[in-house]
Design a protein around this ligand. Sequence first.
Ligand code: NAP
Length: 293
Amino acid sequence: MNITIVGPGAIGSLWACKLHQAGHNVSLCSRSTNKHLSIKLDNHPEISFHNNDVQRLQQTDILLITVKSWQVESALLPLLDKIDSKTILLFMHNGMGAVDDLNSQISHFPIVLATTTHGALKPYVQCVLHTGKGQTQIGAYNDLGQQCSFLADVFNHALPSTVWNSDINTALWNKLAINCAINPLTALHQCKNGALAQPQFQIEIQEVVTELVQVMKANHIQADEKSLLNTIYNVINATAENYSSMHQDIHHKRNSEIDFITGFLIKAAAKHHIELPKNHALYQSIKQIEQCW
Ligand SMILES: NC(=O)c1ccc[n+]([C@@H]2O[C@H](COP(=O)([O-])OP(=O)(O)OC[C@H]3O[C@@H](n4cnc5c(N)ncnc54)[C@H](OP(=O)(O)O)[C@@H]3O)[C@@H](O)[C@H]2O)c1
């Protein structure tokens, strides 16, 4: 298939290389003005990809958008008049709400959302490291996207395991819940994920989760406080040695994805007149840090 990756950062480069290795015709759309970009995945030979090639964009079957949530709009809008209306838009980023913000402009395309637990790191521009094996879930965002379940096979063949989830919204809410608990706290305390298992964080995590469950239930997402806490502590322990993406963003003085993680939760709560004092305080603390730069 003809696949274009928009935003070949860490996750985008990992998928670019894996989909190329699986035999697909992969090209890139990046902010670089180079016509070709080379990427080396782990110890594999370097692969050269076409970059920002309008003809390839017109022929693309799948546009895989792997920019950060706050970059989605600026990355995608300039491409819309260059792609065919049958092109599948597949979004893979953390957080929620970025696609909702654009829906009126893209609703005529098949739209599919993905969440992945694979880990990738781009230590320099031509190199990507697959730092952690995980699972990818894909599911439809709109009616046209419902016809795209074959994507699970395409992506699973390139990088297992990938599954089609007919309720991707619930999967995204659960990922959001994990991110709401781990990301702001590790960013504010500049600690590894594992540090959150210490007793001093127990009350804060409990408060975040109690608020989360209220909002999830109001949005008709099945949520149980005890099992969500369990899941969050399992992730904290399984990724104890990792730094969260928000930790890294704050550490390197880059914009974080807080508006699409805790910020999305706060907006969703407001629609149901639910107050979230703990999550609001965490949101404000991250925003204050970002505004100091
Ligand atoms: N990395 C992981 O292990 C991982 C795992 C799971 C989920 N995720 C999620 O996946 C998303 C991407 O993460 P990442 O770590 O891959 O971030 P990243 O390395 O910063 O990749 C984002 C890429 O998008 C590019 N970009 C930004 N604006 C663009 C535009 N207008 N046009 C074209 N390209 C543009 C950036 O280019 P520049 O280099 O020019 O800024 C960068 O290469 C995030 O939501 C993250 O939370 C990441």
